[in-house]
Ligand binder design. Structure first.
Ligand code: HSE
Length: 339
């Protein structure tokens, strides 16, 4: 069976997915029996193209690399719903920018896909943070699948690890560094760069959100913690209920002082269930000793330690952001959905 992929959002992550698919087409077929065509690519700025028989990925990538646009191809007119159905897509990869207030446009795109029995994966945190229950129900009703490996720690397989590798474990606590941009900024500041320069570098490297306030004020890791609350404990936490403090008030002096005390300042995100069964969720800059397991996690890297009944402490360290790293999350979900 040929899996027909529609891509919504062709920025850094969407383009990286297309690159990986193109580069690995044969490996994906031979090793994973994953045969595919990309039948739709839509991006609010770059244009919309669709062909139910499959688009030419080589030419698309050439246009993206040379002109950063798809406007040279014949544009497909119509609404997202019409074009998605025209494309005969069997799966949607959703990588539009995160909007934590409305979830749009990703939320509507995913609703449309699921209502039509088209499975969806997303790296966009908005839809899953706002409407996880609704989307899960919609997927079930329509016999479609919903996956979101990339919303936490990009392609580092935290969600897969929890949902399959740790099946049966009761996870009491999760604590980690879940935002690459702020970890990068704190690391660079400790090397002498100022806050604004470090943020600009994180933006240029494609790590920061389109609106970086989400990163530096801690909204991004707070959303990730709210998503973890659902995955780990099946409870709905509003992002506003996560105790949250960002890093905008952290100064070079504070970092130097921590250094002198053989410590580091890290933006730690945590969630745990206390002995009364109450859930506590928090994101805050925290001074940790250099010997703390999270102290050596620098730059864009993320890490999380899960404390569970059967395994004790399990720590996962890996990429937390990045175009290829997040494209990998979409890829792994697409292949899982095909299976
Ligand atoms: N802006 C996010 C980060 C991207 O820096 O971690 C990955 O969710």
């Amino acid at each position: 069976m040929i899996n027909k992929i529609a891509l919504a959002g062709c920025g850094n992550v969407g383009t990286a997915l297309l690159e990986i698919l193109h580069e690995k087409r044969n490996i994906l077929k031979n090793k994973y029996n994953f045969v595919f065509e990309v039948t739709m690519v839509t991006d609010i700025i770059k244009g919309t193209i669709a062909d139910p028989n499959g688009l030419d990925l080589g030419k698309i990538l050439e246009a993206l690399h040379e002109k950063n646009s798809l406007k040279n191809f014949k544009q497909k007119e119509g609404t997202f719903d019409e074009i998605l159905l025209y494309s005969n897509a069997t799966m949607l990869a959703e990588a539009t920018p995160t909007n934590l207030k409305t979830g749009e446009p990703g939320l509507s795109f995913i609703r449309t896909a699921l209502k039509n029995g088209i499975s969806a994966t997303m790296t966009n945190k908005g839809p899953i943070a706002i409407a996880m229950n609704e989307l899960m129900a919609l997927a079930k009703e329509n016999d479609a699948q919903l996956k979101y490996e990339g919303v936490i720690m990009s392609g580092t397989p935290l969600i897969n690890m929890i949902s399959s590798g740790m099946t049966g474990c009761d996870i009491i606590k999760a604590e980690g560094i879940l935002n690459g941009t702020t970890n990068f900024i704190l690391t660079e500041m400790s090397e002498g760069m100022n806050f604004d320069e470090a943020l600009a570098t994180a933006q240029a490297l494609g790590y920061a959100e389109t609106d970086p306030t989400g990163d530096i004020e801690g909204w991004d890791p707070a959303v990730k913690i709210a998503i973890l609350a659902k995955i780990l404990y099946g409870i709905d936490i509003n992002v506003n209920d996560v105790e949250r403090e960002g890093i905008t008030h952290i100064t070079a002096e504070m970092i130097d002082k921590a250094k002198a005390e053989k410590s580091k300042i890290k933006l730690i995100a945590s969630i745990h269930r206390d002995c009364n069964g109450e859930i506590h969720a928090k994101v805050a800059p925290t001074k940790i000793s250099r010997s703390h397991p999270l102290a050596s996690v620098d730059g864009i890297t993320n890490a999380i330690t899960l404390t569970s009944d059967n395994l004790g402490e399990t720590t996962l360290i890996g990429a937390g952001a990045g175009r290829k790293e997040t494209g990998q999350a979409l890829l792994t979900d697409l292949i899982a959905m095909a299976k």
